[in-house]
Design a protein around this ligand. Structure first.
Ligand SMILES: *Cc1c(COP(=O)(O)O)cnc(C)c1O
Length: 435
């Protein structure tokens, strides 16, 4: 497998390089040189494949040459460890639950897979790998859980003190083992600046093998394509066209769906659902892409004003608006509409949907009003209890917190407090290395 940068399509790197670098020097994004079609027999027998076997087939096709088959099989066994069940609201409306992982969001799939892949490619290195992550809450939780107890890898998470929710903080600080949380007396931007400086510091990078668990890493995208096949498999009949509706922020999740379609999955249309941070639905309407600062909404994991994976989608469509529009429809919704949809889904189906999934539900409704007789699958990207206060006040009802999160709430917070000066951070990293 070789990958190119969206900014230079004639220079290639290996999977291992793309994995550890994350971003090419030219600030483009890594893309697979080829997204191969899966064999017809795979689709004929899809019903007989387990979720793990689907992941294995996708990786086998995509990774050719990068990893022996038996190692791919192990990688999948270690990373795909929770299900993605498809729940039926009605004949034309299904919900794909992607929140059965440790941090209750779909990002668990990407984080866990990336951790296992890094551990694999790090095996023959005699130096330990240190992953630095700055987080405003959500990503850090998925990364911490994904890398927890991964051999040969230490994770250092920087988060802004007092600016993440108590439960999010526990996800970062209560695990221990190879996960260390630095509680920075500053903002998220301060945390990010510290991480950036560390990567640019030659003295530090010579002494410590540093890498990042950035959300634009291609290793986070790949496993997200598995569950599009897994959802399709769980449909009982195929007499209607299948459409996928993906609540989107940085558009990684929907890009993974586009990968699945390139590999041969029969998807009639993709629907990009956003909150009022709607630069992509705007682009679909006007052909003009104008990124702008994000605004805060109740579906806050999608508050993105300049989606990083837009470059990947443009690359796939040869930067042509018409090609883009043919495959993706886009809709955006306000918080008021989102709240009303959460109530509607609960009253009509008795199903508790989180704010992100509710935006997806609305987009599917709007699409299906114009396109009758399609079978819609909404990706439910997080468990409603992740947004407990909002969900409980909107539905006027208690929401149960799953055991795996409730257990963390009881555990002790352990963090290292630190200021925003780079010198202090650098010294700590270097000293910590020697211990
Ligand atoms: C990250 C996230 C999204 C957005 O996913 P992208 O891949 O960035 O488009 C949507 N919902 C939830 C709950 C998320 O955590």
């Amino acid at each position: 497998m070789r990958l190119y940068s969206t900014k230079n399509t004639s220079k290639f790197v290996s999977l291992k390089t793309a994995l550890f670098k994350g971003l090419p020097e030219d600030n483009g994004l890594y893309m697979p040189e080829c997204i191969p079609q899966l064999p017809a027999v795979f689709f004929q027998n899809l019903k007989d494949y387990s979720f793990q076997e689907i992941g294995f087939e996708v990786c086998k096709a995509l990774f050719w040459g990068a990893m022996p088959e038996k190692d791919i099989r192990k990688l999948i066994e270690k990373s795909i460890t929770f299900p993605a069940p498809l729940v039926s609201l009605d004949e034309e409306t299904r919900v794909l639950e992607l929140f059965h992982g440790p941090s209750l969001a779909f990002k668990d799939f990407g984080a866990r897979f990336m951790a296992q892949l890094m551990s694999y490619f790090n095996k023959n290195e005699n130096r330990e790998l240190v992953i630095l992550v700055a987080t405003s809450g959500d990503t850090g939780g998925a990364v911490a859980a994904g890398f927890y107890k991964t051999p040969g890898i230490k994770v250092v998470i920087l988060y802004p003190s007092g600016k993440v929710s108590p439960l999010q903080e526990k996800q970062l600080t209560a695990l221990g083992h190879n996960i260390t949380a630095l509680e920075i007396d500053g903002t998220f931007d301060d945390c990010q600046a510290l991480v950036k400086k560390a990567f640019l510091d030659d003295e530090l990078t010579e002494r410590i093998r540093l890498s990042s668990a950035n959300s634009i890493n291609i290793a986070r995208l790949i496993p997200q394509s598995f569950y599009y096949f897994e959802a399709y498999k769980q449909l009982k009949s195929y007499d209607k066209h299948v459409v996928f509706c993906t609540p989107s922020g940085n558009f990684g999740n929907i890009t993974a769906g586009l990968f699945a379609k390139r590999m041969g999955l029969r998807v009639h249309q993709f629907i990009a659902a956003t909150n009022v941070n709607d630069v992509v639905p705007e682009y679909l309407k006007s052909g003009i892409y104008s990124p702008r600062p994000s605004v805060r909404t109740i579906s806050n994991a999608m508050d993105v004003g300049n989606p990083s994976n837009f470059a990947r989608m443009m690359d796939m469509y040869g930067s042509t608006w018409n090609n883009f529009k043919k495959e993706i429809s886009g809709y955006s919704f306000t918080d008021e509409e989102t709240k009303a949809a959460m109530k509607e889904v609960f009253e009509k189906y008795g199903y508790v949907i989180d704010p992100h999934g509710a935006v997806g539900y609305l987009a599917l409704q709007e699409y299906q009003a114009e396109n009758k007789g399609t079978c819609g699958i909404v990706l439910e990207t997080a468990h409603p209890s992740k947004f407990l206060d909002d969900v409980e006040s909107i539905l006027e009802k208690k929401v149960e917190v799953p055991e795996r999160l409730a257990v963390l709430a009881e555990k002790k917070k352990v963090s290292v407090k630190m200021g925003t000066a780079f010198g202090e951070f650098k010294e700590w990293l270097a000293a910590n290395k020697e211990r």
